[in-house]
Write a new protein. Structure first.
Lengths: 314, 264, 445
């Protein structure tokens, strides 16, 4: 698969009063075409700084980056990408239609095509009936949707979405999420920077977790979240048989006759099920519990923070 | 080019709808309308005073408009993050900058045009005259005012590429005041003064600082022999326009050079 | 990109040179046509005054100050006026009212108790007008006003009056009726032929105007000019101007022949401190001639020209009194009271000069008929002066008296009287229409 985004030791250094700080520190990531890539990290981790460098809005202190095979800064790639910044305020005096018209002009799209595109996109983001309203009359969710619409004007191959669902109510959340999934179905590459982990977990193929400018984890979501657990509930298992179930890493608890077995994924469920049946017990449920992204995130960030503390102490 | 036009027209539209600017515009218009009554304060109750006073109000209002409009032009875009959506499109930074500048110049032209129109109507009503001998100088002054204010906007634009709006406000104001006094200062300190250091400084300034006093032809509009210049005034005006364009060019190039490297 | 920046920097340099070149080339025109207030900036203006110049409300501020000035004029707070006038003309240098009225006030309205104006201010008034002319060179008004001050107030420097009126009449906006005065100025300056030419020019001009417009007033003016020209030519004939030019002056009996001996005598009598009575006799019996009398510090003469600077600083330690002595019945008598205006007449110099002058060129027609324009028909055995270069005959008598006499101190406590040589003590009748001969001293041999 061709790469949509590639960075090599991308670094952004800011001078501060007490010296300098690497907001982005030797970043190396690779995003393949057609995938949804989650770029995660706590506030101030360097997510937006990275995106700005990728878009040519700010300049790297060192390192390099390529979008769609071309070095960052090439205006040609700007025709194929688009960007939805975090909480943008569009020109409030303009209507949704005018906004789309304005951004379409920036792509040199002709008047007839502009009108057709704008109408279609308003339809797509569910704002068809609100196109004549000014942005100042839009709700947050509507503003975010008009933002998405403008980012789709050039039918981009690669989209950068910065916190696309931040601050939205649950329904708006779902709407945006669906739109993003729809983009993937259309074969677009989507680069999402976010700390809304539940959204990311649901839609991303791959993620990178960033802390203090450094990538701490990256990979396929499935791989990263591997190592979940299985929970088996059973009843009528004689006490004598319970102990035999307790092996390494397996937690067995008895709740008034109902037995709950919490075992690592790797242990497999077959052995337990056989043992329960053999002992005359009855299986109530078998639930595979995948590791949650939140756990991974917290774990990663905490570990990284502790490491930095240790390094600082030394 | 279409990018520049798109950005310019959006900027223009936004400027027209900005409340602060509207208020300033209204105050200016109100002054223009009541100024005939202020006329009674002067024993020289002639149309010259009326013209000079209204042109003065026009100038002050336009200057405030120009500075307030331009000072926030870039910072607002950054604060609203709209600049990111625009720069991530196939828009070069210079195109963005020029679009913003031309938009604000368009807005200023429109506003000065409106105020001039009000001024002319008030003048015609008050003085009961349609004589182009009286109206011509006002119109010519207003045309030069547009060029002055475009230059002022370019100054503010240039500063806004590297200082904060508040600092910019004062810097631009300072340049405007200094530039407005430039010729008289040069005349007094550079030509007739007797301090060598001052002479050198004013001479250098006279070559380098945006010279707003040269572009101001309103004194002639209000002098009693206001129409004496006629033909040569057009030559002077043309020179003035070329001067303003050259200096605006300088400021825009500088702005582009700075803005191109700027982290936004 | 680096290459593009290089190009941009090149363009930048070009544009910079271009703007400097254009702005420098515009500067002379600006200075001529658009400069707002170049007077006196070099003499030190404060920052706020400088700032005021950029405000379009300058004229309004100037106007308000001018109203204030007007009040001061009426209240007599003269000291407050001059700085204000200075400020106003700076704020609004094209407000001609301030120059013309200001100069008029300054030259005429600083007066003593007997309504004699303070001549010490005349150079300042002239200076103000001179600045006004620099600021407003394209209109006749201030040229005319300046000429008028020389003509009427100075009354002693007519070539200057001519010079200013000549410029005034050249301006396209000059009021036609204001042009005639130039002819009078020519006459008082002794330039008779120019006066003739000017009346002829005006006569022709009004004729053309009348033919063009049919305006009755132009016709009237045409008549006036024709009449003036006629009278002038008649006077020139009867006073022997043409006769002298033709070399036949001596062969005819002109009124100006056998110069009348003025036999000027005077008594200067200090009645009380700073109260002077001047009385005396001269050889002109007709009513209406005026003798100019000056009482001044020795060494202090007022040059009838603009003050060198516009700082309005007047040296109030100097004394200069100027009055006109009205003559009738061969005599004059006037009490000059300078006691009530100590700032105008401080009398600080040790010696005081009392001068008497009679300039035939400014005399009324009927006096000139006898003495001639240039005074060729008069003489005086003691006080006759002839300026050969200008062909100008004068009467000039000057007497020096000590300060103690003016102040009636020291030796003069009991009496302060000075009689000129040959003084004839005659009774002075007030309000008498009877022409009365006085005994004459014998003519010179």
């Amino acid at each position: 698969m061709p790469t949509a985004i590639k960075t090599e030791n991308l670094t952004k250094t800011y001078r501060t009063r007490s010296g300098s700080v690497n907001v982005v520190d030797n970043l190396n990531i690779e995003v393949e075409e057609g995938e949804i890539y989650g770029f995660l990290g706590p506030n101030g981790a360097g997510k937006t700084s990275t995106i700005k460098m990728l878009l040519g809005i700010s300049y790297p202190s060192s390192g390099q980056a390529w979008l769609l095979g071309k070095e960052v800064g090439d205006m040609e790639i700007h025709r194929k990408i688009s960007y939805l910044p975090e909480k943008p305020y569009y020109y409030e005096h303009m209507t949704g239609m005018e906004i789309l018209n304005f951004y379409a002009k920036l792509f040199n799209i002709g008047p007839a095509e502009r009108a057709a595109k704008a109408t279609a996109l308003l339809e797509k983001v569910n704002l068809a009936s609100d196109g004549a309203k000014t942005i100042s009359q839009y709700s947050k969710g509507m503003q975010q949707r008009i933002g998405l619409a403008q980012s789709l004007l050039n039918d981009p191959v690669l989209l950068f979405l910065d916190e696309p669902t931040a601050g939205l109510d649950p329904i708006a959340h779902v709407e945006i999420r669906d739109l993003i999934l729809q983009m993937r179905d259309e074969g677009k590459t989507v680069f999402i920077s976010s700390h809304e982990l539940s959204d990311v977990e649901r839609i991303c193929d791959r993620v990178a977790i960033l802390n203090k400018g450094k990538v701490e984890q990256q990979g396929k979501l499935d791989d990263l979240l591997k190592g979940g657990r299985i929970e088996i509930q059973a009843e009528g298992v004689p006490d004598g048989a319970v102990d035999s179930l307790r092996t390494d890493g397996v937690i067995v608890s008895n709740h008034g006759g109902r037995l709950i077995i919490d075992a690592p994924d790797s242990a497999g469920s077959d052995g337990f099920l056989d043992a329960i049946r053999t002992a005359g017990g009855r299986v109530i449920s078998v639930i595979p519990r995948r590791k949650r992204l939140e756990d991974l995130f917290v774990e990663t960030v905490t570990r990284a923070t502790e490491r930095i503390k240790r390094e600082d102490a030394r | 080019m279409s990018q520049i036009l798109a950005i310019a027209s959006t900027t223009l539209g936004e400027a027209i709808r900005r409340r602060v600017l509207l208020i300033i515009l209204m105050v200016g218009l109100a002054f223009l309308i009541i100024s005939p009554s202020l006329n009674q304060l002067t024993p020289r109750g002639e149309r010259m005073v009326l013209i000079q006073m209204t042109l003065g109000i026009l100038k002050i209002t336009s200057a405030i408009l120009a500075v307030t409009l331009t000072v926030y032009l870039l910072p607002n875009e950054v604060e609203r993050r709209t600049i990111y959506t625009i720069l991530s499109k196939p828009v070069q930074r210079y195109q963005f900058l020029l679009g913003k500048f031309f938009g604000s110049v368009g807005a200023l032209t429109l506003m000065i045009g409106m105020m001039t129109l009000v001024l002319l109507v008030a003048f015609v009503i008050q003085q009961q005259t349609f004589d182009m001998k009286d109206l011509g100088p006002i119109i010519r002054s207003s045309i030069m005012l547009v060029f002055q204010m475009s230059l002022l906007a370019a100054v503010a634009m240039f500063f806004s590429t590297f200082v904060t709006p508040v600092v910019n406000f004062f810097l631009t104001g300072l340049v405007f005041v200094f530039g407005t006094l430039l010729n008289p200062l040069f005349e007094a300190l550079g030509e007739r003064g007797n301090q060598p250091a001052m002479q050198v400084i004013t001479k250098i300034a006279h070559y380098a600082v945006p010279n707003f006093s040269t572009l101001d032809i309103s004194t002639n509009a209000a002098s009693e022999a206001g129409t004496r210049i006629g033909g040569s005034e057009l030559v002077y005006m043309t020179q003035g326009m070329l001067y303003a364009l050259a200096y605006i060019g300088i400021l825009l190039i500088l702005s582009v050079l700075v803005f191109d490297r700027k982290e936004v | 990109m680096a290459k593009k920046r290089g190009v941009l920097i090149g363009v930048l340099a070009g544009a910079f040179i271009a703007q400097a070149a254009i702005s420098q080339s515009m500067y002379p025109t600006w200075k001529r046509d658009y400069s707002t207030g170049n007077t006196g900036i070099a003499e030190g203006l404060s920052v706020d005054q400088l700032l005021a110049s950029m405000s379009g409300l300058r004229q309004m501020v100037a106007g308000i100050l001018w109203v204030q000035c007007d009040e001061y004029f009426h209240n007599g707070q003269f000291d407050a006026i001059l700085p204000l006038v200075r400020l106003i003309t700076w704020l609004d240098p094209r407000q001609m009212e301030v120059y013309s009225s200001g100069a008029w006030h300054i030259a005429y309205n600083f007066t003593d108790e007997q309504n004699r104006s303070d001549r010490r201010y005349i150079p300042i008034a002239l200076r103000l007008l001179e600045e006004g002319v620099v600021q407003n060179p394209d209109t006749y008004r201030l040229f005319h006003e300046t000429g008028w001050i020389y003509y009427h107030k100075v009354d002693d420097n007519f070539p200057e009056a001519v010079r200013w009126f000549e410029q005034s009449v050249q301006k396209p906006d000059v009021l036609p009726a204001l042009r005639g005065i130039l002819a009078n100025a020519y006459l008082k300056a002794g330039q008779l032929d120019k006066a003739v030419d000017w009346y002829a020019t005006l006569e022709k001009d009004y004729q053309t105007r009348f033919e063009l417009t049919g305006d009755r007033s132009d016709e009237t003016q045409y008549d006036v000019m024709a009449n003036n020209l006629n009278n002038l030519l008649i006077r020139m004939t009867s006073r022997g101007v043409f006769g002298r030019r033709a070399g036949v002056y001596d062969q005819y009996d002109y009124d100006t022949q056998n110069p009348v001996d003025l036999n000027f005598t005077v008594k200067i009598e200090v009645l009380q401190p700073k109260v002077v009575r001047v009385s005396g006799t001269w050889g002109i019996p007709a009513t209406g001639a005026r003798i100019r009398c000056v009482i001044r510090d020795k060494g202090f003469e007022i040059p009838w020209e603009p003050a060198p600077s516009m700082d309005f600083e007047l040296d109030k330690g100097r004394t200069y009194m100027l009055d006109s002595l009205y003559t009738q019945n061969n005599r004059f008598d006037r009490k000059i009271d300078m006691s009530r205006n100590p700032t105008m007449y401080p009398f600080k110099a040790d010696t005081v000069v009392v001068e008497f002058m009679f300039n035939p060129r400014t005399a009324p027609h009927h006096i000139q008929d006898k003495v001639g324009w240039d005074g060729e028909g008069m003489t005086d055995k003691r006080y006759y002066v002839f300026d050969k270069e200008r062909n100008h005959h004068w009467l000039y008598a000057a007497f020096e008296i000590p300060r103690d006499m003016i102040l009636r101190r020291g030796n003069y406590r009991l009496e302060g009287v000075l009689r000129s040589e040959g003084f004839i003590d005659v009774e002075v009748r007030e309000q008498s229409d009877v022409i009365e001969r006085i005994p004459r001293a014998p003519l010179r041999n």
